[in-house]
Every structure is written in structure tokens, then in C-alpha cells.
Design a protein around this ligand. Structure first.
Ligand SMILES: [Zn+2]
Length: 378
């Protein structure tokens, strides 16, 4: 038996049916989480077939449509027919042709990596998949700020932070920083060239007859040129050094593609903390925008946001979320108490009392954690 299988998918964007390789899902009951952290992250999975224990389901969460390169979590490809596809996809269906060529190229290349040998997939490939999925969400979001379900993009950013976490813990973090270094050097060099041109114009050696110069003027020219040449040669040798040292680090096609995507999508968080902040911000937008959240789901979401801010060491933001839960759960308690005071049937009364009891325990728990947190901060 193989942990991967060929699955038929129905693309919600181009509406084509195709077949892709994917991991035998949790639906087939082949693996389960050993435990979950507060942000739902599973640090360890257990497979019923122990020989598959090394397989990390997080690497296979994203699916690409092989035809239009749309990508998202598996469930986006699970609609049975056109009627079931959420309305917002009609926008992507129409606008997918407006995606700039340079981005289409990236989507195509990542799709290519995804369709290659699935058992070779690694964290970098998985991160690239999330980046592309976030791109599609942002592409939609830009024009549909009011109707966009912000939870979708929050989940992608959260998943991205988990991948960065695992990469960091395994000591295989993407070493993309040197690219920023080289950017700095080149920017400095260009700035210096610009300064030199301004300086150069002050020196009249380009227009006047050189033989008319006085000795001091000539020495100023020589000095300026000398300085400029030494600065420039220093910068060029820095770039050269960078390239000769980075050639020693083996650069896989995935890493190169990641560098390209980072340069193109400057909004993509490049580390775990930035991804967590983005996730928290989008979940916050979801808590005020997404209309289909009931009280309980909203509180759960706020609890998650509070935890994410705690992890990012942003206690003020965390406390705001906890206060919001306490406030709105107290309002809910007042509503239930109001209903209880009115005459109700015995069954209804039992029901309300049961809900009130559960709510009281919840408020107690949240208030306790809020008090504990604020105590630590004082
Ligand atoms: Zn498609």
C-alpha cells in the first residue's frame, strides 16, 4: 500500500476536472494527531502503519489545479458540481486572466514542483504552495474587501507559521537573508554613483579645456575620482565576495524559486513570528467582518487570536481580545438571565439553565486566564 494516491479534483476556478497525487487523508483514517497545541498545531502525527510515521501531513495540505494553477487547501477542490461552489469564485474565474505574467510564471513553476515526485516534497515546496495560495486570496481580497471571508487567509498564514516553525526546529531554515544583504550593498552603490554624478557636475572638467586648469582644481578632480573609484571597487568586491561565498551553499530549485517569490510578493512573511502576526491580524478582521460566526465560534476565534498575540509577545493585543470575550460573554449571560426571568416551559428553563452554567464556567476560565496574564505583565 502507498501513502499517496491519485485523486480526482474539481477546480472551483477553471471548473475543469483533473487528477492529482495527494496524501491519503485523515478521511481515510490512516493517521491521527498525538497532541495539539493551543493554536491547533500538531507537533507529532501517528500513522496506523508505523512505517509511514515520517510522513508529515502538513506538507501535503495544498493542492494545485494542474490547468489554471489555482491552489488552496484540499477542501476547495471537493465541490461536487458548479452549484456548490461559493459565489466568490466567480470573480476569480473572470479575473484570472488579469494576473501579471511574472506571477503566472511563478504559479506555473510551483505547480510544476507540486506535480513532480510527491514523496520528495519538503518544507520549502510546502511554503511555496502556501505563498501561491495566499496570492490567490489576496488577488480576490483586493477588490472584494467587504465580502471576503478573512478566516481563509488567516488559516493560510497560520499554516505558514507552522511550516516556518518546523523548519526552524529542524535547523533547515531558509537562508534567504543574504539576498537582503546584497540588496543593501547594491542600493548603497547606486546611491554612491548618484552622489558622484552630482559631485562630478560641480567639477568643470567635462566642458572646459583641461590645460586651463589651476593646480588646485586638478587635485580636487583627482581626489574626487580617487575617492569614488575606491568606494565603487569596495562595493563591487563586497558583491563578488557574497557570490563566491553563496555559491558554496547548494541552492536547490525550490530555494531559488522561494527567493524569486519573496522578491515578487513583498507582503509574504519570511519568518514564523511575522506569519503569526499576519494570521492574528486576519483572524481579527474575521472576528468583525465574517458574518457566519456564532457567539461560541467568535469566542473561540478570539481565544486563538489572544494566544497568537501571546506567542508574538504582544500582551496588549492579547489582553484586548480576552477583554472582548469577557464583555460579549457577559452580554450573552445577561440575555439568558433575562429569558429565565420570563415565564418559560420547564424544558426551556432546563435548557437555559444548562447553557447558563456552561457559560459561567467559560467566563470563569477566560477571566482567570486574563487575570493570570495581566498579573505576569505587572
Ligand atoms: Zn483550475
Amino acid at each position: 500500500m502507498n501513502p499517496f494516491y491519485s485523486r480526482k479534483i474539481y477546480c472551483p476556478v477553471c471548473e475543469a476536472k483533473s487528477e492529482v497525487q495527494t496524501l491519503i487523508g485523515a478521511v481515510f483514517n490512516k493517521y491521527y494527531p498525538v497532541r495539539r497545541e493551543k493554536d491547533q498545531y500538531v507537533p507529532q502525527w501517528k500513522w496506523y502503519d508505523e512505517s509511514w510515521d515520517h510522513i508529515n501531513p502538513y506538507l501535503y495540505a495544498i493542492i494545485f489545479c494542474p490547468l489554471c494553477h489555482y491552489c488552496n487547501f484540499q477542501e476547495a477542490f471537493s465541490y461536487k458540481n458548479k452549484r456548490d461552489i461559493p459565489r466568490h469564485y466567480s470573480y476569480l474565474r473572470e479575473k484570472k486572466y488579469d494576473i501579471p505574467d511574472i506571477i503566472k510564471e511563478i504559479l506555473k513553476e510551483v505547480n510544476c514542483l507540486y506535480s513532480k515526485n510527491i514523496s520528495m516534497r519538503n518544507h520549502t515546496t510546502a511554503i511555496l504552495g502556501i505563498i501561491c495560495a495566499v496570492f490567490w486570496e489576496i488577488f480576490f481580497l483586493e477588490k472584494n474587501k467587504h465580502t471576503y471571508p478573512y478566516r481563509n487567509i488567516g488559516r493560510l498564514y497560520l499554516r505558514l507559521s507552522w511550516l516556518y516553525r518546523e523548519q526552524r526546529l529542524s535547523g533547515n531554515a531558509n537562508n534567504i537573508k543574504p539576498l537582503n544583504e546584497i540588496e543593501k550593498i547594491v542600493v548603497n552603490m547606486v546611491k554612491h554613483l548618484k552622489d558622484f554624478c552630482v559631485e562630478g557636475r560641480k567639477i568643470p572638467f567635462l566642458t572646459n579645456n583641461f590645460s586651463n586648469y589651476k593646480k588646485e582644481q586638478v587635485s580636487i578632480i583627482i581626489e574626487t575620482l580617487d575617492y569614488a573609484v575606491s568606494e565603487l571597487s569596495e562595493k563591487t568586491s563586497e558583491i563578488l565576495d557574497f557570490f563566491s561565498s553563496s555559491n558554496n551553499i547548494s541552492t536547490s530549485p525550490e530555494t531559488l524559486l522561494l527567493e524569486k517569490s519573496f522578491a515578487l510578493f513583498d507582503w509574504i512573511p519570511k519568518n514564523e513570528k511575522d506569519a503569526l502576526i499576519k494570521a492574528a491580524q486576519n483572524f481579527e478582521a474575521a472576528s468583525t467582518h465574517d458574518e457566519d460566526l456564532n457567539d461560541k465560534a467568535l469566542w473561540k476565534l478570539l481565544e486563538l487570536i489572544a494566544y497568537l498575540y501571546e506567542k508574538c509577545e504582544m500582551p496588549e493585543k492579547r489582553d484586548l481580545c480576552l477583554r472582548e470575550i469577557i464583555k460579549s460573554s457577559n452580554q450573552k449571560r445577561a440575555v439568558i438571565n433575562g429569558k429565565l426571568r420570563k415565564k418559560t416551559s420547564y424544558a426551556e428553563k432546563c435548557d437555559l439553565e444548562y447553557n447558563l452554567k456552561k457559560l459561567n464556567t467559560y467566563i470563569e476560565e477566560i477571566s482567570y486566564s486574563y487575570k493570570e496574564n495581566t498579573k505576569i505583565n505587572q
